[in-house]
Design a binder for this molecule. Structure first.
Ligand code: ZN
Length: 220
């Protein structure tokens, strides 16, 4: 099925589906739970467009590469090109806010980190970014006061607030644009709060952003 960026009311965002630019360790409590130091500058990585699948449908968990972890993250849809952007330019370019899973092959990632190798296989594999439909930014309000919640099989596993981000959304996206031009249809993932854990086929997930976005899905 061809993926399309959409708004929650079903309107087509009329944007191509581009890359996903992500930040690691953007919440101190998550860095601590994996025994990672808090980075002094944003730690960026990219998922290709082939990572994106609709969150609203059952998503496949790879079974051949060790443990798969969920990371629940606020997602931002970019609507205008950004290169060496100012905060004001970033603000104008944000055309949607949603929620996503940054699926991670944790065993493989640990091995790659030990070897000093890049993470792409652990973070950018096909289907590694189940992504919701988007809310209009005006409907979301303050991006730094959003509750990000994941419930798995009826148990709350992640429940953090975007006020605790180490790099706030606007400076983060401006920083990203110094290295990677962001194009209309690209998506930015803003990091995960604490509580990450394994996701297995059959798990039922509920992802919530504040009280306005609520997506039920299942791992298969
Ligand atoms: Zn992440």
């Amino acid at each position: 099925m061809q993926y399309k960026h959409q708004y929650v009311d079903g309107t087509d965002a009329n944007l191509p589906v581009g890359k996903v630019v992500c930040v690691g360790r953007n919440y101190a409590d998550h860095a601590a739970e994996l025994n990672n130091p808090v980075p002094t500058t944003p730690m960026l990585f990219i998922k290709p467009s082939t990572a994106i699948v609709p969150l609203s449908r059952p998503f496949e968990v790879p079974v051949d590469f060790g443990s798969v972890h969920f990371e629940t993250e606020m997602a931002v849809l970019i609507g205008q090109p950004l290169k060496n952007a100012t905060h004001a330019e970033v603000d104008e370019a944000i055309v949607g806010v949603g929620i996503a899973l940054d699926l991670t092959l944790r065993d493989l990632q640990s091995k790659l980190k030990q070897q000093g190798h890049p993470w792409e296989k652990a973070k950018g594999f096909d289907g590694s970014c189940p992504l919701s439909a988007f809310l209009e930014p005006v409907a979301v309000g303050d991006l730094q006061d959003q509750q990000i919640r994941l419930t798995v099989n009826g148990q709350v596993r992640q429940n953090g607030n975007s006020s605790h981000m180490l790099n706030k959304v606007h400076p983060l996206i401006a920083y990203m644009s110094h290295y990677f031009t962001l194009l209309p249809g690209d998506v930015v993932l803003t990091g995960t709060p604490a509580g990450v854990g394994a996701v297995n086929p059959g798990d039922k997930l509920l992802l919530e952003l504040g009280s306005q976005l609520r997506v039920e899905t299942q791992a298969i």
